[in-house]
Ligand binder design. Structure first.
Ligand code: BGC
Length: 425
């Protein structure tokens, strides 16, 4: 068995998590607050903004053939309607560097962090946001679109919906079971709510800023979907050769006795309610990190004694292919696995994860599922949002003092899959 000709195997990063000094973004400000839910500020991150060539060469040298990264809205449009051409030139260089090194650039236009000004204008709950997003997307598309075959508009469009679901469970005292596939400290947010609200008021003019990683209302989900549709319209007009989609964070949901209705509801929250956005897209980005068992009241806590990752959820490499199969039965376009990975201090666990996940994904492709690529999260140990730098998702270690990169054995393991030799080497 082997992946079909042209199958993409790559690694993923996101701007705020690796670039460093994303000073115009909402997250930067929230990280710097006196009362903050962030374990630490991102600061220089992995200095990828300056070291992207080295990082791309590392990926290419291992045999990977794709690199997924995001363009930072706050850099490209630091003030509303004011565009920084140097930032766009930078991303043009990143794309060109990918091509020179034989990597397909897979670009995400929005990966969680927003320009601070957007949040001051109401953020991801404001009906004005889709127009603002479309303006930014037009600028990027006109500058870079001709170079791209894959553009994802919004990363994990369903993140806020998942967080809202978690908060509802927490209110019922059932939060243990909710595994959000992103580093969040919701308890800390709760404990310091009043002090944080005062700081938010000063920074954003509101006590509850609608950043992307906050619970979304139904109206907010409609804002996100509209932002995606407007962006897709622009991309189809400006760079019609690019395949366009969004990405979703999806659990491999399994049903415990009596959990049938709750499981259906969870899938509705994560997947089905976003159909008005992704229906008609060329490609859907699927992101999975674990499975979740759903009982009558929702997701159950991870079983006692289960093997867990640093994130606290179950170690489950087989979940990825199961989610891909489920999505394929409900979406007819191309599927790209845009994220999958494991936070662990023991790289042998990551090697095992890759060697268990990839054969199952190969089998998907063999069975005729239009799965065209796999991006491992992440190329680098990086800034895991509110969890800070303590989560180790990377194929490469980054020394936090010197920024020196050291590939882990898992980078070569993934490279072998990209070269079509997988675990047969
Ligand atoms: C996000 C990444 C994050 C990863 C690991 C995904 O939700 O897209 O930004 O680092 O999961 O938690």
């Amino acid at each position: 068995m082997a992946f079909p000709e042209g199958f993409l195997v790559g690694a993923a990063v996101a701007a705020h998590q690796v670039e460093g000094n994303n000073t115009k973004s909402d997250f930067w400000l929230m990280e710097q607050m006196e009362h903050t839910s962030y374990a630490e500020p991102s600061l220089l991150a992995c200095d990828h903004y300056n070291r992207y060539e080295e990082d791309i060469r590392l990926a290419a040298g291992a045999g990977l053939n794709a690199f997924r990264f995001s363009i930072e809205w706050a850099r490209v449009e630091p003030e509303p309607g004011v565009f920084d051409e140097a930032a766009l030139d930078h991303y043009r260089s990143v794309i060109d560097c990918c091509r020179e090194n034989g990597l397909e650039p897979i670009v995400t236009l929005f990966h969680f962090s927003s320009p601070a000004w957007l949040i001051r204008q109401g953020g991801w709950e404001s009906p004005e946001t889709p127009a603002a997003f479309a303006r930014y997307v037009r600028h990027v598309a006109e500058g870079l679109g001709d170079r791209l075959n894959y553009v994802f508009t919004i990363n994990e469009a369903n993140l806020g919906a998942q967080i809202a679901g978690y908060i509802k469970l927490a209110a019922n005292g059932d939060a243990d079971g909710a595994n959000i596939q992103m580093g969040l400290n919701l308890e800390e947010r709760d404990e310091q709510a009043d002090a944080m609200a005062r700081e938010y008021q000063d920074l954003f003019g509101t006590t509850s800023p609608a950043s992307f990683n906050t619970p979304r209302t139904d109206a907010g989900n409609r804002v996100i979907m509209e932002a995606h549709r407007r962006a897709r319209e622009v991309l189809r007009e400006v760079c019609p050769q690019a395949r366009v989609g969004l990405t979703l964070s999806l659990h491999d949901l399994q049903t415990a006795e009596g959990g049938e209705d709750a499981e259906k509801e969870q899938w509705r929250i994560e997947f089905e309610q976003f159909r008005p956005a992704f229906e008609g897209d060329d490609v859907l980005g699927v992101q999975n990190y674990t499975r979740a068992i759903v009982g009558p009241d929702g997701m159950l806590p991870t079983e006692r004694g289960a093997r867990v990752t640093q994130m606290g959820y179950e170690y489950c490499p087989e979940a990825a292919a199961r989610v891909v199969r489920r999505v394929a039965s409900e979406f007819s376009g191309e599927i790209l696995m845009t994220e999958n990975g494991v936070a662990t201090a023991d790289d042998a666990e990551r090697c095992e994860f890759i060697d268990r996940a990839l054969p199952e994904l190969e089998a998907c492709a063999e069975d005729g599922i239009p799965l065209t690529g796999y991006c491992h999260w992440s190329l680098l140990d990086n800034f895991e949002w509110e969890s800070g730098y303590r989560m180790q998702f990377g194929l490469v270690v980054v020394d936090r003092e010197t920024m020196e990169r050291t590939p882990k054995p898992s980078l070569a393991v993934l490279g072998a899959w990209a070269r079509g030799v997988g675990d047969r080497e």
